[in-house]
Every structure is written in structure tokens, then in C-alpha cells.
Design a binder for this molecule. Sequence first.
Ligand code: HEC
Length: 186
Amino acid sequence: MGGYKEYKIGVIMFLVVFAASMFMTIGLGGVYLAKIPATQLALSKQVHYGSSAWSIKDPLMKGLNQPMVTKRGKSFNDPVGVGKKIFIREGCWHCHTLLPEQSMDWEYFGAPPLAGDFVGESPTVIGSDRKAPDLMHIGSRMPSVAWHLQHHKDPRSVQNKSIMQSFDFLDKKELKALAKYMVSLK
Ligand code: HEC
């Protein structure tokens, strides 16, 4: 039977291994993440934040890509952040991914995803199941806010066989924010 001393050594060893693995995951992982440069796509999504990546001051990245931004002591709505929130709230991600996956995808939906595309984003809305076109680079394919407004209000007025539901119940401001979010996805 092991005595009290062995028990104590066991607990200490466990704590040392635990602390080391936490340090490697959070500490070294954070340093590594902070070194990934933001791509143009990431920058366009976080207009007000510049190229800041993960930072120890904001470990959960709560300050990035939020509907409300504070700049020089003033708070205001960021249409891209508001649009992203609506995208999440309305479940657009039930049908759309924001992550082109295979080479065929890259021909249709634009460039392959890069690590830097997700810099500063929390949450990412990559989706898990796709029933509709990938939207990661929709702003490059479809840069017109007016087109997105019309499509969200009445998808079948621009794509006559579309199975996408109409989002005409959203108010004008929300529709506009959603369109701006779509166009920001370059
Ligand atoms: C029930 C599934 C479904 C949901 C939910 C859905 N969509 Fe769609 N969406 C589609 C389908 C199918 C298409 C392709 C036909 C079309 O263009 O309407 C599409 C097309 C699009 C396109 C054009 C893509 C392209 O490459 O031309 C955009 C932009 C878009 N959806 C945005 C949205 C947004 C924003 C939401 C949430 C407010 C949303 N969708 C919710 C099914 C869906």
C-alpha cells in the first residue's frame, strides 16, 4: 500500500503536468496564434480593429467583430458586426457554410481558406452542413448591397428556383446590416 508521501508526490506530479500542458496550450498557443497575420478578408470584417490578433488582454476575443464598438470613448453600431449577429440569430448557417472545402469548391467559391481569415473572429461561423452555396467570399462574387437586399427580401425574385426562405420580416436596418456583412466577405 502506498503511504501518504507517495500520494502527495502523485498529486504534485499531476499538478506539474497539468500546469505544463495548460502553459503549452494557452501560453505557447496564444503566442503562435498572435503571429498569424490577418488576411484581407479578416481585415475587412473588422474594420475598426486593425490587424490585432489574439491578445492576452482579450483572451476570448470578445472585443472583436461585435455589433457594438467603442472607439475613443464613444459606442456605435458596426453594421458588419450587427449583420453577423443577425446571420447567427436567423440560422443562415443551417444552410450556408463560410468555409470552402475541396478544390472543386475553390473554383466555384473562391480561394481556399487561410488561417489568417479567422484572425480576431469570435465566434467563427464556418458552419457544419451545407445545403446552399458557401459564402466565405460572397462579397467578391456579389459586391452589390442592392442585390443582397433584394435577395434577402425575396430570393425567388432573383433566383427563380431558390429554396431559401424570404427574410422580409426583418426591418430595413437589419436587412441593410445583413447585406453589409455579406459584402464585407471578400
Ligand atoms: C433553407 C436554407 C437556407 C437558409 C436558411 C438561408 N439560405 Fe441563403 N441560399 C439558400 C440557397 C438554396 C441558395 C441558392 C439559391 C439562391 O441564390 O437563392 C442561397 C443563396 C444565398 C446567397 C447567394 C449565394 C451565391 O453564391 O449566389 C446569399 C448571399 C445567401 N443565400 C444569404 C443568406 C443569408 C444572409 C441567410 C440568412 C438570413 C440565408 N442565406 C439563409 C438556402 C438558404
